[in-house]
Write a protein that binds this ligand. Sequence first.
Ligand code: ACO
Length: 383
Amino acid sequence: MPSRTYAQIVGWGKYVPSQVLTNDDLAKIVDTSDDWIRTRTGIVERRIAEPRETTSTMSIKAARAALQVADVTPERLDLIIVTTATPDYLFPATACLVQDALGARRAGAFDLLAGCSGFVYGLGVGSQLIISGVYQNVLVIGAETLSRIMDWTDRNTCVLFGDGAGALLLQASDTPGGVLSFTLGADGSGGDLLILAGGGSRHPASAETVAQGLHYVRMNGRQVFRFATRIMGQAAKEAIQAAGLKIDDVDLFIPHQANIRIIQAAAKQLRLPMDKVFVNLERYGNTSCASIPIAFCEAIEEERIKPGDHLVLVSFGAGLTWAATAVQWPVPLPAPRLSSWKRLLRRVGYRWAWFVSRLRRTYRKLNVWWGRAAGRIRGHNNG
Ligand code: ACO
């Protein structure tokens, strides 16, 4: 009988910008207070990208860290999925910018948009491409520069969000475990509850859309809150059942880090004690697609995940969407550190990828220039 293939998580990495914006800092910008934000959301501070940082630059840092943990070279990647609501551009995909910077020559690359649920959607897609035998190594990244789409005069939204990136590397393995199940869902009738309306085909960017602030996030917080408290527990239960597990089997619950009250409501619905729930939103706020992979990395750093543990990741977001997955963690921790010469080799590899990328761009420009010059010469000779 042919052996089954499993999708194991073998690498993990995160990047958060160094600039910290506290609740007190925000109280100087909008009519809010540290007390209001803490009690209504649990958030204390968040990270804000520097002007030179973008979703792709943060993704690249998280991706490199994940590849280093797994000791996998970029050439071995089959697919890169960047899940984000704040890509560098509408196109090209941010995943292609990451592919180029890593020098992942064999990899396909695309962005996936499913609101804050994007990362768990990405894990679902990536794991199935591995389990079906199509791919060996799939890198799933969640990254956001939400500070760029915030209306910094709107206290209903700007206090909630932050920037950052996280990445998990999925790899084919015959060791049972890894991504055991997933459930994905959507209810587009709630699309207008959390929306960035400008810049798409319905409201192409214009002076008018900018004047109306359509390039900023607009949210009906109360409605999203109601939806989230209902759906998180339900989605988690579905993923747990689909994996053949019981709620008591769950060792760590890693929910989307949007609001501590939403997380507590989900834990209550599942009858999970809060010591089985990973929370780090006080430090980062809601980083949308990046929230689960960043939390995952920190759970590993804090030794909250042990070999054999069953983890449940669950998210909700714009769309409206929801997604949950059950994972069994077999990797012995802590991960082995790469030797210094291997790390050096990696750095050289990334410089080389940068050089090759520049060379390709220059070659294309020269090609265009040569085509034009040849045309002119032909025209001159014919004339
Ligand atoms: N500071 C002070 N007061 C505020 C602030 C603020 N930052 N924001 C709102 N208020 C006021 C409101 O104006 C309102 O005043 P009013 O009663 O005079 O109208 C009052 O506080 C209470 O507002 P509520 O909306 O009832 O507050 P609530 O307890 O629901 O908390 C919150 C608001 C935090 C936004 C909550 O509804 C929530 O977390 N919703 C979910 C949001 C979310 O998770 N979004 C991300 C989705 S994932 C994705 O795809 C990105």
